[in-house]
Design a protein around this ligand. Structure first.
Ligand code: APR
Length: 266
C-alpha cells in the first residue's frame, strides 16, 4: 500500500478540522470511490471507456439504434456490479453522515454502494442500475426479471408492448433526473464545504457542482488518485485512495472531538 507523505498527513488533519467546523458540508462522489469494491471506473487507467467506446456503448442514440451493444457491455460488467460490496471509503462517508458532519451525498454512481454502507440522504444524479423500465409503455421491471430475460433475449424487450427495456441510468445525450439535479445544485449552493471523492470532474453538468459551492464561498476538499481541473481552486487536495484517506479523516475527527471534550471536562 502507498505510504502517506507528511504533507498528506497534514492535509488529512486540515480536512478533518474543516469538516468539523462546517455547518453544511456535502459529499460528491464518482466512480473512483467504487474501484476498491472491484467496480471499474470510466476514465482511470483500466476504465470502462477504455474498453467500450462511450459513443457506441454508452449513448442514448446508440441505444435506440441497437440496444444489443449496451447489453453486451452490461453483461460483461453486471456480475462485478451486482456482487460488489461497499469498501472502507463508503463506510467512512456513512460515518460522517451519522456524526451529522455531512448533510447529504450526491453521487454519480449507479451501484447503490452508499446506501448499502448505511448512507441515508443519497442523491443518485446518474440513476440506479437496479431499476429498469420500458422505453415504450414505461412499465417497470426489477433486476431479477431483467437478468432472467437477458439470458434468453439479446436485448430485453417489454412483455406488454415489445419495446426495448432500459436500466434507469443516464446515458450520454440523456437529461439527468430533474429533481435530483436541482436538489444537487441547491445543496452545492448552500454548502460551506464540499468533499469530492473519486471523480475526474469531467462530465457536465455534475462537474460544475463544485463551482456553485465556490461561488457562495464554499471550500473544496478533493480526494482523487489523479489530478483534476479544480485542484488549484480546492482548499485541500489529497492524491491518494479514497478507501485509505476517508477512514483516516473519520479517525482524525474522532481524535479532535475527544481532545475537545477532554479540554472542556478538565
Ligand atoms: N481512490 C481515489 N481516486 C480513484 C480511485 C481510488 N480508489 N480509483 C479511481 N480513482 C479516480 C480516477 O483516477 C479518476 O480520476 O477516480 C476518478 C474517476 O473518474 P471517472 O472514471 O471519470 O468517473 P466519474 O468522475 O464518476 O465519471 C462521471 O461519467 O461516464 C460518465 O456517467 C458516467 O457517472 C459517470 C460520469
Amino acid at each position: 500500500m502507498k505510504t502517506l507523505k507528511p504533507k498528506e498527513i497534514e492535509s488529512i488533519r486540515k480536512a478533518s478540522e474543516l469538516l468539523l467546523k462546517s455547518k453544511n458540508a456535502v459529499v460528491l462522489t464518482g466512480a473512483g470511490i467504487s474501484t476498491e469494491s472491484g467496480i471499474p471506473d470510466f476514465r482511470g487507467e483500466s476504465g470502462i471507456w477504455e474498453k467500450y467506446k462511450p459513443e457506441i456503448y454508452g449513448s442514448i442514440q446508440s441505444f435506440l439504434r441497437d440496444p444489443s451493444k449496451f447489453w453486451k457491455m452490461a453483461e460483461d460488467i453486471a456480475p462485478t456490479l451486482f456482487s460488489a460490496e461497499p469498501n472502507p471509503g463508503h463506510y467512512a462517508i456513512a460515518s460522517l453522515e451519522k456524526m451529522n458532519i455531512i448533510k447529504a451525498i450526491i453521487t454519480q454512481n449507479i451501484d447503490e454502494l452508499h446506501q448499502k454502507a448505511g448512507s441515508i440522504i443519497v442523491y443518485e444524479v446518474h440513476g440506479n442500475i437496479n431499476r429498469f423500465s420500458c422505453l415504450g409503455c414505461r412499465a417497470s421491471y426489477n433486476k431479477e426479471q431483467v437478468l432472467r430475460k437477458v439470458k434468453k433475449e439479446k436485448s430485453p424487450a417489454c412483455n406488454y408492448c415489445g419495446a426495448p427495456l432500459k436500466p434507469s441510468v443516464v446515458l450520454f445525450g440523456e437529461q439527468l433526473p430533474n429533481f435530483e439535479k436541482y436538489m444537487a445544485i441547491d445543496l452545492a449552493k448552500k454548502s460551506d464545504v464540499m468533499l469530492i471523492a473519486g471523480s475526474s470532474l469531467t462530465v457536465a453538468p455534475i462537474c460544475d457542482l463544485p463551482l456553485y459551492s465556490l461561488r457562495e464561498g464554499g471550500k473544496l476538499i478533493i480526494i482523487n488518485d489523479e489530478p483534476t481541473d479544480l485542484d488549484e481552486r480546492a482548499e485541500i487536495v489529497i492524491n491518494h485512495k479514497t478507501g485509505i484517506i476517508l477512514p483516516l479523516i473519520v479517525e482524525e475527527i474522532e481524535k479532535i472531538k475527544a481532545e475537545q471534550e477532554s479540554i472542556t471536562y478538565d
